[in-house]
Design a binder for this molecule. Structure first.
Ligand code: B12
Length: 214
């Protein structure tokens, strides 16, 4: 059993990582804690990629390992979920961006708190976001962005929200490694963070202000 998941991720010790996660699930460790350890491990992978000590192919394998970890945690996270939805959220990785690990963490954490999440996936066209927002009338819309080239698509989606009179019907959030307060202002979002737990806290606070308690 690995003491530290980060070592397993960085050294791509897949079998040991999966065995460790399975053991921790079987002994009923808190699934959200295991998820947080895996997130930190993925951040360590990202840091090493940026420093040039890991190659792109290794990073891709680590991303697959992260998804396998999430799959093992799935049933435990499902059991932790409250039965009635607290509010609803439409989430997407914008057009031009295929990163989804951070978005998937946010989905998991929001669901664990009782939100109904409509996850549109990656590389999502503005028209698809608008269509979903019209369909489900969510309390929140969130973009998860990891590359700067996707900023234009988020800006365009926000403009369409304004043009079609939808913008004041929900709170708009942006998050993901490359997002900043400047981006939030640029696209006119209500909230920005590079921390999924802060995003969840924001949604809970807004629902509380609307008189909807978890
Ligand atoms: C893993 C990874 C990949 C994987 C993605 C696998 C996947 N399924 O997602 C693969 C290998 C496929 C990949 C591909 C590419 N990548 Co890449 N990738 C990364 C890496 C190392 C880590 C990203 C990650 O998953 N981090 C871990 C997660 C958990 O963090 P996170 O996404 O930030 O999410 C957290 C928070 O931000 C928050 N959050 C996320 N979304 C949201 C949304 C809301 C609303 C809120 C509130 C919070 C929130 O919640 C999470 C937990 O707290 C980063 C480097 C880095 N250090 O960030 C580069 C990086 C993002 N990639 C980059 C690039 C350029 C690419 C490629 C073009 C190829 C290349 N040459 O490297 C392609 C992208 C093609 C495309 N069109 O999208 C660049 C982007 C540069 C830029 N400034 O635009 C980075 C920064 C690397 C670099 N320094 O060059 N990549």
């Amino acid at each position: 059993m690995l003491e530290d998941l980060a070592t397993g991720f960085v050294e791509l010790r897949r079998d040991e990582v999966l065995a460790t996660v399975t053991t921790r699930v079987e002994r009923a460790d808190d699934a959200l804690e295991i998820l947080e350890d895996a997130r930190r491990a993925m951040t360590a992978v990202g840091d090493q990629f940026q420093e040039g000590t890991l190659f792109l192919a290794q990073m891709m394998l680590a991303a697959e390992l992260f998804k396998e970890t999430m799959a093992i945690l799935g049933p435990s996270l499902e059991r932790a979920r409250p039965p009635d939805p607290l509010g609803s959220v439409v989430l997407a990785t914008p057009k031009g961006d295929i990163h989804d690990l951070g978005k998937n963490i946010l989905v998991t954490l929001l669901e664990a708190q009782g939100f109904a999440v409509h996850d549109l996936g990656v590389d999502v066209d503005p028209a698809r976001v608008i269509e979903k927002v019209r369909e489900v009338e969510p309390d929140f819309v969130g973009f998860s962005a990891l590359i700067t080239t996707a900023f234009a698509s988020m800006k365009r989606t926000a403009e369409i929200f304004e043009e079609e009179g939808l913008r004041d019907r929900f709170k708009l959030m942006v998050g993901g490694g490359v997002t900043t307060p400047t981006l939030r202002t640029h696209i006119g979002a209500d909230f920005q963070s590079t921390d999924a737990t802060q995003g969840v806290a924001y949604c809970l606070k807004r629902m509380d202000e609307k008189g909807c308690a978890p």
